[in-house]
Write a protein that binds this ligand. Structure first.
Ligand code: GDP
Length: 435
């Protein structure tokens, strides 16, 4: 997926615009997971072209008194990481010094930059917008985020200028693609080094689908897998800013290219909001997840420590709690093989296919025993179900009144599914459809 970053100073209407871009698809995804935690990252589609959108502004707390330096850094990061940039300015305010600074940064960029002049909702403002030519970014698009006018033209242009990504090759038996994600200093580099170390068995170097994502094949402990490495990940160790935005911006691409995300958390810090964000990114992208609690060597332990720690993390990742959690040390190399095994298992879980007849034999008696609650005297009957032939596990249940099946029943079905099949670490989708 191409990544599009929305930049601009606070209050120009970035998030209204962002919400407009991701609205429809997001609503679908979120009703399934029941989670609407992060509103700054989403998927969008225009003219059949899919892309991810990041609203950089969503990560700035406070409004007008934001440090210029902060915005400059965010813009720079967006420039580094995104494939295209939409720079939003506000016709009401006109050009501000901050706009000029951002424009200065963006003028040097080789990537597509689209200038969106927001709040243009009458003819006067159309005339006012002309001043934005002086930013030196060329043609601009007038939009009104509130009503949505003008966004069509902007998006037409956007999908036209987005770089063509090479088609992912369909492999017969693809190797698991793992990516190690987590906050700065969680121990990602240490883990990778401990895993592939000095005696790295590099089999091939295949240029990834983007300019900086490299999948390298490794062979360790009898497992063959690819590590998704990105310039972003490698640079991450140097990033001092422990802000949500940075971890998301830097993780998105790596996560999108993975089958399984190995989320490293620092045992001495616990599971914090940034970890939650990264977890959520993986879940939202329907990637497999393994959580490694690293630096376990530093924790004073008694018999209950790991259990309690684990329970706490599971609480944080609700409702998607069926995820392997392992306590490791990249330093002492404790349980690194187990960690790798867990990641391989999640990969296998994610690509399993359940034969339709077996699936019905399993699920229909459960449904018969505990049918969806009747609504307004109407009984909901589920007659048939199947796994869809999709890349990530999706299940459809055919019912006479699918619209009456509510979230708790979906959850019930998901739990039963997870009890009877191993989908540990794998987000699944469940749909109810009219037969
Ligand atoms: P990254 O930013 O996530 O790549 O983190 P690094 O791998 O650079 O590790 C950050 C710091 O934590 C370094 O000083 C490591 O030596 C240290 N570290 C990493 N893993 C462990 C571990 O398992 N135990 C201990 N005690 N220290 C660790």
């Amino acid at each position: 997926n191409n990544i599009v970053a929305i930049v601009g100073r606070p209050n120009v209407g970035k998030s209204t615009f962002f919400n407009r871009l991701i609205q429809r698809r997001d609503a679908i995804v979120d009703s399934v997971s029941g989670v609407t935690r992060d509103r700054n990252y989403g998927k969008s589609e225009w003219n059949g072209k899919q892309f991810s959108v990041i609203d950089t502004g969503g990560y700035i707390v406070g409004s007008d008194d934001v440090f210029e330096g902060e915005i400059r850094r965010q813009v720079q990061l967006a420039i580094d990481e995104a494939d295209a940039i939409i720079f939003v300015v506000d016709v009401e305010e006109g050009i501000t010094p901050m706009d000029m600074e951002v424009a200065n940064l963006l003028r040097k960029v080789e990537k597509p930059v689209l200038l969106a002049v927001n709040k243009v909702d009458n003819a006067m403002r159309v005339a006012d917008a002309v001043e934005f030519y002086s930013l030196g970014l060329g043609e601009y698009f007038t939009i009104a985020g509130m009503s949505g006018s003008g966004t069509g033209e902007l998006l037409d242009k956007l999908v036209e200028v987005l770089p063509e990504l090479p088609e992912a090759e369909e492999e017969e038996n693809p190797l698991p693609r793992f990516t190690v994600v987590g906050r700065p200093n969680a121990g990602k580099s240490s883990f990778i080094n401990a895993l592939i170390g000095e005696d790295r068995f590099v089999v091939t170097d295949i240029a990834g689908t983007t300019r900086d994502a490299i999948d390298t094949t490794y062979n360790r402990f009898g497992f063959e897998f690819k590590l998704v490495d990105t310039a972003g990940i490698r640079r991450k160790a140097k990033v001092k800013e422990d802000l949500e935005f940075y971890s998301v911006m830097r993780s998105v691409r790596a996560i999108e290219h993975a089958d399984v995300c190995i989320l490293m958390i620092d045992a001495t810090r616990g599971f914090e909001s940034q970890d939650q964000n990264i977890f959520w990114l993986a879940q939202k992208n329907r990637k497999g997840v393994v959580i490694l609690v690293n630096k376990w060597d530093l924790i004073e332990k008694d018999t209950m420590t790991a259990k309690q720690y684990e329970a706490k993390i599971r609480k944080e990742i609700e409702p998607f709690t069926d995820v392997p959690i392992l306590f490791v040390s990249a330093l002492t190399k404790q349980r690194l093989l187990k960690a790798l095994e867990a990641a391989v298992e999640v990969f296998e879980n994610r690509k399993q296919r359940i034969p339709t007849s077996k699936f019905n034999e399993m699920m229909l008696p459960i449904i018969e025993h505990t049918p969806p609650p009747a609504i307004k005297g109407k009984y909901i009957k589920i007659k048939y179900c199947m796994q869809l032939p999709t890349a990530t596990p999706q299940f459809v249940f055919f019912a006479n009144l699918p619209q009456y099946v509510k979230e708790p029943y979906k959850r019930f079905i998901e739990n039963k599914l997870r009890e009877n099949y191993n989908f540990s670490g794998v987000p699944i989708d469940i749909y109810f459809r009219q037969k």
